[in-house]
Design a protein around this ligand. Structure first.
Ligand code: SIN
Length: 487
């Protein structure tokens, strides 16, 4: 590993202001998943301090809501510039706390900054409507107002992009925010919030509350009455608990929850494109993404060639510390994940799956698991019914289009799906029949700041990114304007 990168990453970690709220009491440990060493001890905020943070964000939000769209846009444009300027610092912090290879961390910095630039632009396009009362006598005008103070709960897998995907639209429309990052990766969010302040975001507007007691803080914040919107990215289990609390207090919710993405390769697919797309859909972020290809379904005629090409490309992944040169597959987040993967592979093989690549967890320190390919995975195996969230590909084969669609939809989840076929008719027909919020056609990636990211069924509610993502932070108001002289 290059010493200068270790030194720069230490400097980047040391630069993180761990308690900008100045309210911290106890602390908790954040560890580097590649070494298991403690890299920071941020404050473990209590319910009491979280409520102080909420009061500050709420107060600052009231003033911010009265600023002009042009001002908010300019601040976000400046934030975009500063995030990109400080990409080295951000990428190093991401790699150290989350583990992804440095090149991918740079990719996340740009992806995350792009949300800020997108919402700097969207801030200037507030939508409204004008309509005549069909019975006459009045005109109906609709506007969109900032919803109020928001609670943004972000996951560990994309610590920067999931933060900006929520914070930027909230700021763009005029809302304050309490952000609660995952306890495993709170440092990136602290840097992002610091940079927003450098760009001109009022100091109290975005409050980052680090804690180990996520459940306790979220429920207290939602019960307080000042939170008008909760946006959460994480598991369906936690999402449905939050939805219950949101229902009790009638809080608007966006939930980006679990996935179980099918990736379907038809006989008429371009083989190279399908292999490349599947590798990206599987190994991006080490498979630790809710849109990762979870079930790879391959039609009989192309299956042997696909499995061979795919296993070869997966075998090129270089496993190691994300700071090391040439590494393309970093550690997974913790030891529990490693044990889970080992169990899934063991169960699938015991039930008759063919292990084509990998399958093992190298010795620590660090939480590593090899890029793994399982072919002919039996329907009853655990891996066929689990969100894997790691670098293991589970392949099954199918005969007909109907069979593929039926299998693809046979899950409570519906976040993303992928279709590979050179027939435009078939690709669209199958995409239309998939019960998912997003479909990648002939490519293994759906994420884009201009696209509405989100799922159906147990994968969630609402959309993030794009214009639709802005509306999640607004309320519709209408004015009923009496019109003299109108029938
Ligand atoms: C996620 O895994 O939660 C989000 C991934 C993305 O934005 O691509």
């Amino acid at each position: 590993m290059q010493q200068h990168l270790i030194d720069s990453s230490e400097a980047a970690l040391a630069s993180v202001a761990l308690d900008p709220l100045g309210l911290g009491t106890g602390t908790f440990e954040v560890r580097d998943p590649a070494t298991e060493r403690v890299i920071a001890t941020p404050p473990d905020h209590s319910v009491e301090t979280a409520l102080i943070a909420l009061a500050r964000a709420d107060e600052a939000g009231k003033a911010w809501a009265r600023t002009t769209a042009r001002h908010r846009s300019d601040v976000l444009h400046r934030a975009y510039g500063l995030l990109v300027e400080q990409r080295d610092r951000l990428a190093l912090v991401i790699t150290r706390e989350m583990g992804k290879p440095l090149a991918e961390a740079y990719g996340e910095v740009q992806y995350a900054a792009d949300y800020v630039r997108w919402y700097a632009e969207e801030a200037l396009r507030p939508s409204g409507n004008y309509r005549e009362n069909p019975a006459g006598g009045s005109t109906i005008l609709t506007t969109r107002a900032p919803i109020g103070t928001t609670l943004l709960i972000t996951p560990w897998n994309f610590p920067m992009a999931m933060a900006t995907r929520k914070i930027a639209p909230a700021i763009a429309v005029g809302c304050g925010a309490v952000v609660k990052p995952a306890a495993l990766t709170p440092l990136t969010t602290l840097v992002v919030a610091e940079i927003f302040v450098q760009a001109g975001v009022p100091e109290d507007l975005v409050q980052v509350v680090t804690t180990k007691n996520s459940a306790g803080l979220s429920s207290a914040l939602m019960a307080d009455g000042r939170v008008r919107k909760v946006s959460f990215t994480g598991s369906t289990g936690i999402g449905s608990v939050l939805l219950g609390q949101a229902a009790e207090h009638v809080i608007k919710s966006s939930m980006e929850l679990g996935g179980n993405a099918p990736l379907i390769v038809f006989d008429d697919a371009d083989l190279d494109r399908a292999v490349e797309g599947a590798v990206v859909a599987k190994l991006r972020n080490g498979g630790q993404s809710c849109v990762a290809a979870n079930r790879i379904l391959v039609q009989d005629g192309i299956a042997d060639a696909f499995v061979e090409g795919f296993a070869e490309r997966m075998g090129e992944a270089v496993l190691g510390n994300g700071l090391a040169e040439g590494v393309t597959l970093g550690p997974v987040i913790d030891d529990r994940a490693v044990r889970g993967f080992a169990g899934l592979v063991e169960d699938a093989v015991a039930r008759g799956a063919d292990l084509r690549l990998g399958g093992a967890a190298p010795e620590g320190p660090g939480h590593f698991f090899e890029a793994t390919v399982l072919d002919n995975v039996p329907a009853g195996s655990e891996i066929a019914n689990t969100e894997i969230f790691g670098p293991i590909a589970a392949i099954t084969r199918f005969g007909t289009e109907d069979e593929a669609i039926e299998r693809a939809n046979s899950t409570p989840f519906g976040l993303a799906g992928y279709v590979f076929s050179e027939s435009i008719d078939r690709a669209f027909e199958v995409a239309d029949r998939l019960d998912t919020g997003m479909v990648g056609i002939n490519q293994g990636i759906v994420s884009n700041v201009a696209a509405p990211f989100g799922g159906v069924k147990a994968s969630g509610l609402g959309r993030e990114g794009s214009g639709e993502g802005l509306e999640e932070y607004q309320e519709i108001r209408f004015y009923n304007l009496a019109r003299r002289g109108r029938p």
